[in-house]
Each structure stands twice: as structure tokens, then as C-alpha cells.
Design a binder for this molecule. Structure first.
Ligand code: PMP
Length: 287
């Protein structure tokens, strides 16, 4: 079965799918996106992801590419046509195709919509969670609207490449006060010596991760305490546990920060409990 992508109203073979060279996403990164996890045949937290997409579009004055109510159906269709039971579905909306001028194109220019889906092996993620991941820290060098899920991800690309070259799997952006902001494609968490979950407030300077939001629900169910506050790299290195969250990693233990092991260098039990309970608590839309 060939992979199928949805591109501006058409279902096309993924390998042959293309967009116009004057798509503003291609030329200016003038677009936004969402990634939802697909697990056991369900799209995870789809309403929350689509609500954030709506916010991103509004913040950038990009028009809906299709009527809002149709999008869940399109996501399901792309997941179904690709036979994805476990994996992810990706949605991207750009300001559309127009002659290359910085200012917005003429009113009525249709925004462009691409939806793809990809299979992933849950056994591989489970295996990774057993050993945990390593992170490096990098100075924050992004713009201050990272609350918008924009496709402009060059600093994230460079930070994650740097992590890879250092033998790590994620890079944490650190602000000028020495506090951790978030990862290149994830939110950052620690568990204090007293067993309190700590993550930076999402009001400013980070993306309000959907997994982060749902982990608040999971923590409430498990009776765990959360403090929303900044934490420094030094505090993270001295923490009982550290982990990242994102739609594709859920809660993934961090066992090393800049080469320093966290606690005994093994995944933390609270992180693994959150990971374990996540699917039950998350909202599941049958694909
Ligand atoms: N921060 C950044 C910069 C991200 O790219 C992501 C992943 N999209 C997240 C946080 C986590 O967000 P979510 O839980 O919605 O995947």
C-alpha cells in the first residue's frame, strides 16, 4: 500500500506529493503545524491539538484552509488511508501561494493544507524509555513568539543537530537567567528531591505542549503535585528525575544533562508512571 498524503484537496501518492515553489511556507516559513500521536488506532488529544492550531492561525492571521469542522475527518482519512495504527499524523497550514512579497498576499488567497501520516514502532519508543535519553543545553536564540507553533524551526534544527553530534537526543534552550525553557521539540520537566513535578509556566517563552497539558491531568489522577515555575540547569542536574514531553515521546526519561547523570543515571519511576498512565487519561478519537 503506497503512502498517501493530502495536499490542498487531493489525496496523492506521498512520493509524488508536491507544493508550489511560491508557497509561502517554503519561502518564508509562513505557516503553522501540528503533530498528533496515533496510538492503538486512535488519534490522541486531537481536539486539543486542533484548538492550538486554531490559536496559531489566529495569532498569525492565516485563514482556515478548510472549514474547521472538516479537519478531524481529514486527519482520520489520512491516518486510515495509510493504515497507521501507531505513529503520527502531521498537519501543516501555510499562508498559501503568491508572488514573493513579504506583505500578506491579496485577500482571498487560499491558505495551503498538507496532511501526512507515518507509522512508528511503539516497541522502539518503549525500549528508549527503558534507557532514557541524553540532553545538552544551548542558549535560547529563538524569537519570542515560540508559543505559536510555526514552521520556522531553524534554531530548533540546529540545536537538535548539535545534540545529535554530542551523542544526545534533545537540546534544552536556556534563557539568560540560566533557566531551562524547553527542548527543540519537547517541553522540559524535573522531579525534585521531594517528589514534586516542576515545569516552566507556559504563559511566555515556551510552546504550551498538548502532552504537557494532558500530563497535568495524568498527575492529578495519580495524586502527584506539580509546581509551574522556572528551574535552572543546576537544579535539573541535581534533580531526582528529569524528562521531556511531546506528542511523539509522551513522557521520556532524561538520564543525562550536558554529560552529568541525573540521580543514578537510570529513568525515574515517576516519569515511567506518568508515561504508563498517559494513554488512559488522554482523549482518544478513533481513526
Ligand atoms: N516545544 C516545542 C518547541 C515543540 O516543538 C514541541 C512538539 N511539538 C513541544 C514543545 C511539545 O508539544 P506537544 O506536547 O504538543 O507535542
Amino acid at each position: 500500500m503506497p503512502r498517501i498524503a493530502y495536499v490542498n484537496g487531493r489525496y496523492v501518492v506521498h512520493a509524488q506529493a508536491s507544493v508550489h515553489i511560491e508557497d509561502r511556507g517554503y519561502q518564508f516559513a509562513d505557516g503553522v503545524y501540528e503533530v498528533c500521536e496515533v496510538a492503538r488506532g486512535h488519534i490522541v488529544d486531537m481536539p486539543r491539538h486542533l484548538a492550538r492550531l486554531k490559536r496559531s492561525l489566529k495569532e498569525l492571521s492565516i485563514a482556515w484552509p478548510v472549514s474547521e469542522g472538516v479537519l478531524p475527518m481529514l486527519l482520520r482519512e489520512v491516518v486510515g488511508r495509510n493504515g497507521v495504527v501507531n505513529g503520527l499524523v502531521y498537519v501543516q497550514v501555510t499562508r498559501g501561494v503568491a508572488s514573493r512579497e513579504f506583505v500578506f498576499p491579496a485577500a482571498g488567497t487560499r491558505s495551503a493544507l498538507v496532511i501526512t501520516a507515518r507509522k512508528a514502532d511503539p516497541a522502539l519508543a518503549a525500549k528508549r524509555a527503558e534507557t532514557g535519553i541524553k540532553v545538552i543545553t544551548v542558549p535560547e536564540n529563538r524569537w519570542d513568539r515560540v508559543d505559536i507553533k510555526s514552521t520556522g524551526l531553524l534554531p530548533n534544527v540546529l540545536a537538535k543537530q548539535k545534540a545529535k553530534e554530542a551523542g544526545a537526543q534533545e537540546a534544552w534552550f536556556v534563557d539568560t537567567d540560566g533557566n531551562v525553557k524547553e527542548g527543540g521539540s519537547s517541553n522540559a520537566w524535573i522531579v525534585t528531591r521531594d517528589g514534586v513535578l516542576v515545569t516552566r509556566p507556559a504563559e511566555h517563552g515556551i510552546l504550551r505542549g498538548i502532552t504537557r497539558t494532558t500530563l497535568f491531568d495524568v498527575a492529578a489522577k495519580l495524586g502527584l503535585k506539580i509546581e509551574e515555575r522556572g528551574f535552572s540547569v543546576a537544579e535539573a542536574k541535581a534533580a531526582r528525575e528529569a524528562f521531556i514531553s511531546s506528542a511523539t515521546t509522551i513522557a521520556m526519561p532524561v538520564v543525562e544533562i550536558d554529560g552529568a547523570p541525573i540521580a543514578n543515571g537510570h529513568p525515574g519511576s515517576m516519569t515511567l508512571s506518568l508515561r504508563q498512565a498517559f494513554f488512559d487519561v488522554a482523549e482518544k478519537s478513533p481513526a
